[in-house]
Write a protein that binds this ligand. Structure first.
Ligand code: DX5
Length: 227
């Protein structure tokens, strides 16, 4: 399976919540087709954020929506987000009782299934589930808040999953999330990431659309070097 074109996925966690729809419109106008809704329950991570209605609102703006569930009970919550229209539902390895089973259930319900891992979780622990996922998400920060510092030591995990996905021939994206900027995006792409989730670097900028396009350019350059 050829490596898909690298995509930049703005995270709405960093958006102005009073202008949620307009923030999506701004990056969509700049060419963005996929946004991430970071769902936090105050248990799995020390923050509270979005619910299914935010996915519905985002879908109404005409973009692909990934619901990244940083929650302690993903088996119970994942169906809510598929029902709300999420195109991708990403759950955390650390919170799943049966990760492979939940990925199958998310797909059965009609969404693509993603599996995410926190910085402390070894990549090898997930070697058996990547074949059943559409998306493996390497957290490059400790999840819970936007604006945290990129952890370069996570790039070895990106390389691990790039190799595992390429060897399996699975149509699985390798994603990174946390501290992605025009400086770190090329490094992540060079390590093998083809999906770059960025919040502060997009919605923390004066012009989110231009910031999105700058991130796209920064990672595309790596592909052209065969990174
Ligand atoms: C987990 C969240 C953040 C967010 C992106 O904390 O998933 O990683 O999406 O954050 P920044 O602002 O670092 O791009």
């Amino acid at each position: 399976m050829a490596r898909p074109e690298t995509v930049v996925v703005p995270s709405l966690l960093a958006a102005d919540f009073a202008r949620f729809g307009e923030c999506i419109d701004a990056v969509k106008a700049a060419g963005c087709s996929w946004v991430s809704v970071d769902v936090m329950d105050g248990h799995f991570v020390p923050n509270l954020s979005f619910g299914p209605d935010h996915v519905r609102m985002a879908k109404a703006r005409g973009v692909i929506v990934d619901a990244h569930l940083m929650v302690a009970n993903p088996e119970r919550v994942a169906p809510w987000f598929v029902k709300a229209g999420a195109d991708v539902v990403t759950v955390h390895w650390e919170a799943c009782r049966d990760a492979a089973g939940l990925l199958r259930e998310i797909r059965r319900l009609g969404a693509k299934a993603g599996i995410a891992l926190k910085p402390a979780t070894p990549a090898k622990d997930l070697a058996g589930v990547v074949g059943g996922a559409d998306y493996v998400l390497v957290m490059t920060v400790e999840p819970g808040f936007g604006g945290a510092k990129f952890m370069p030591e996570m790039l070895s995990k990106v390389e691990f999953f790039r190799k595992a996905v390429d060897a399996s021939g699975a149509a699985c994206r390798v994603a990174v999330d946390g501290g992605i900027t025009v400086e770190t995006a090329p490094r992540a792409a060079a390590a093998g990431a083809d999906c770059l989730v960025a919040g502060s670097a997009v919605f923390g900028a004066a012009d989110a659309g231009r910031a999105y396009q700058a991130l796209v350019r920064s990672s595309a350059a790596v592909e052209s070097r065969g990174g």
